[in-house]
Design a protein around this ligand. Structure first.
Ligand SMILES: *[C@@H]1O[C@H](CO)[C@@H](O)[C@H](O)[C@H]1NC(C)=O
Ligand SMILES: *[C@@H]1O[C@H](CO)[C@@H](O)[C@H](O)[C@H]1NC(C)=O
Ligand SMILES: *[C@@H]1O[C@H](CO)[C@@H](O)[C@H](O)[C@H]1NC(C)=O
Ligand SMILES: *[C@@H]1O[C@H](CO)[C@@H](O)[C@H](O)[C@H]1NC(C)=O
Ligand SMILES: *[C@@H]1O[C@H](CO)[C@@H](O)[C@H](O)[C@H]1NC(C)=O
Length: 455
């Protein structure tokens, strides 16, 4: 073979081209290392390969497991990925899913020993509450004697996950469900069936635009569609990278945060605004009431308006309607808020916008890890406003000299995480120095290419 190849090189150029073409083809399906233009073709589906093509389906599924498990997937049609955050099992052969019992009947390969596996398909393995509440999915493999008959036969693969953690907190919903679903399923180009266990109607309605962009088919709620569904392949569980994060190099042909933001713009039909052309820059102030509240919010708003901003303080009903809220955020130049789930909305800001996070006592690490670092990944300008002890309500509760105020870093090591959490996350409110915060907003205006006060 090698000899034949070598001699071919010396024959005519057209033959050489043919050889190269076939080599590229082998590369495409034999290995996960593709030149970037090939990934681009898969993404835009302009290569003409549909998921229904067995070969293409195998290729897309193989990306979801690693190392020796890729070899196993090819050999027996079933393999899993496992890391500290999540388990993802993949079948590239036909499966039957009984939605009554959430049993997945996986490949019946001759001679393969029978095996059972229980997956709790929520991308947060380290959360005990989740682990205790998520409905298990049982995967049965091997020689199964009583295989249920197919009631519905689908021609695209299934992706199964639980929405147990969706309770209205937008951070958890994006970080543990929407982003993991996106990075696990996007390359299937909407040719897949989404099955959501522990189905939460409000979550489903809130993110309907995202589901309908990720899949061309109706989402299946097992409790509402008790039947046996058959698929040419399946994925149980979602990949997870980090808080509000996508690691483009973790899955071959993977997506970045900027890809995800582009996907959101398409899903919610957001017009990309050129921020510099807006007459009056919009400032959205995320208001909190139970903890980490701004005690002098009115004063802050007055100062913001004096600087020339159109200030919007969203009410809870406005935030519940994500379609409308996303539109507002897309026209927003500066998002201001204290560390908390509301800052997740930074995900809808246009590139070049500014996120200003008010960082309370002892909240430096969490503020950076949850919202600050993701902001930078999103192409936003990030400004951290670290409060002075005088701006924390803890000073009136404990006094200036208590270690809680004077030395916050000593509290977790001496009193424990739960104590620190109760104090700094749950008891702390802010009385912001308007003079100092004004300087921060002038800096934000500078990043937007404007000077203040605006005319
Ligand atoms: C491969 O699969 C096995 C069995 O499911 C699992 O224990 C292991 O962690 C997997 N390896 C990787 C790299 O995911
Ligand atoms: C499958 O199991 C049945 C009994 O449950 C047995 O009779 C049959 O020989 C098995 N087939 C294979 C291929 O192992
Ligand atoms: C169950 O799912 C199948 C396949 O998607 C669909 O045709 C059927 O209408 C669904 N039934 C109900 C009750 O939703
Ligand atoms: C991204 O994924 C790659 C491959 O799994 C890994 O080597 C790298 O450390 C990850 N990057 C981050 C920031 O986690
Ligand atoms: C906030 O601090 C100012 C002084 O800096 C004080 O006059 C005001 O009463 C405080 N407001 C609240 C709500 O604590």
């Amino acid at each position: 073979m090698e000899k034949v190849r070598r001699s071919l090189v010396f024959i005519t150029t057209p033959l050489l081209c043919l050889l190269l073409l076939s080599l590229v083809y082998t590369l495409q399906f034999g290995s996960l290392v593709l030149p970037s233009n090939q990934w681009e073709k898969l993404r835009t589906n302009s290569g003409g390969n549909r998921v229904e093509d067995q070969e293409n389906l195998h290729f897309l599924l193989k990306r979801l497991v690693k190392g020796e498990n890729q070899t196993q997937l090819e050999a027996i049609g079933f393999a899993c990925h496992s890391d500290p955050h999540t388990d993802v099992c993949v079948s590239n052969r036909p499966v039957r899913i009984d939605t009554l019992t959430m049993k997945v009947y996986a490949p019946l390969r001759e001679g393969m020993p029978q095996a059972n596996r229980i997956i709790r398909p929520y991308a947060k393995k380290d959360d005990d509450w989740i682990q205790g509440h998520v409905s298990p999915v049982q995967i049965l493999q091997g020689n199964i004697s009583s295989l249920p008959a197919c009631r519905y036969t689908h021609d695209v693969p299934a992706i199964v996950f639980s929405s147990i953690g969706a309770s209205g907190n937008v951070f958890h919903e994006f970080s543990e469900l929407i982003i993991p679903l996106f990075l696990t399923s996007r390359l299937f180009q909407s040719r897949l069936r989404i099955i959501i266990t522990d189905f939460k109607p409000r979550f489903f309605i809130k993110y309907k635009k995202i589901f309908s962009r990720l899949s061309s088919y109706e989402v299946i709620n097992p409790a509402a569609n008790v039947s046996v569904h058959c698929f040419p392949g399946a994925v149980v569980g979602l990949h997870y990278h980090y808080r509000l994060a996508l690691n483009a190099s973790d899955i071959p042909g993977g997506y970045s945060m900027l890809d995800f933001k582009q996907f959101l713009r398409e899903s919610f039909n957001l017009k990309i605004l050129d921020l510099s052309q807006m007459e009056k820059p919009v400032l959205v102030l995320m208001s909190r009431t139970k903890s980490r509240a701004f005690l002098n919010e009115d004063q802050m708003v007055t100062m913001m308006k004096e600087l020339g901003f159109r200030v919007v303080v969203p009410k809870p009903d406005m935030m519940a309607n994500l379609d409308k809220f996303a539109e507002l955020l897309n026209s927003c130049s500066v998002l201001v808020g204290a560390h908390g789930a509301g800052l997740t909305n930074e995900i809808f800001l246009p590139e070049g916008a500014v996120m200003v996070q008010v960082v309370g006592l002892d909240l430096d690490w969490a503020s950076g890890a949850y919202y600050g670092e993701p902001a930078i990944e999103m192409g936003l300008n990030y400004i951290k406003y670290k409060i002075e002890p005088e701006e924390s309500s803890l000073i009136s509760l404990y006094g200036r000299d208590d270690p809680i105020v004077a030395d916050p870093a000593s509290i977790t090591p001496t009193k424990g995480y739960l104590f620190a959490r109760a104090v700094y996350l749950d008891q702390q409110n802010f009385n912001i120095s308007v003079v100092r915060f004004r300087e921060t907003l002038i800096k934000a205006l500078g990043l937007l290419g404007r000077s203040a006060p605006l005319d």
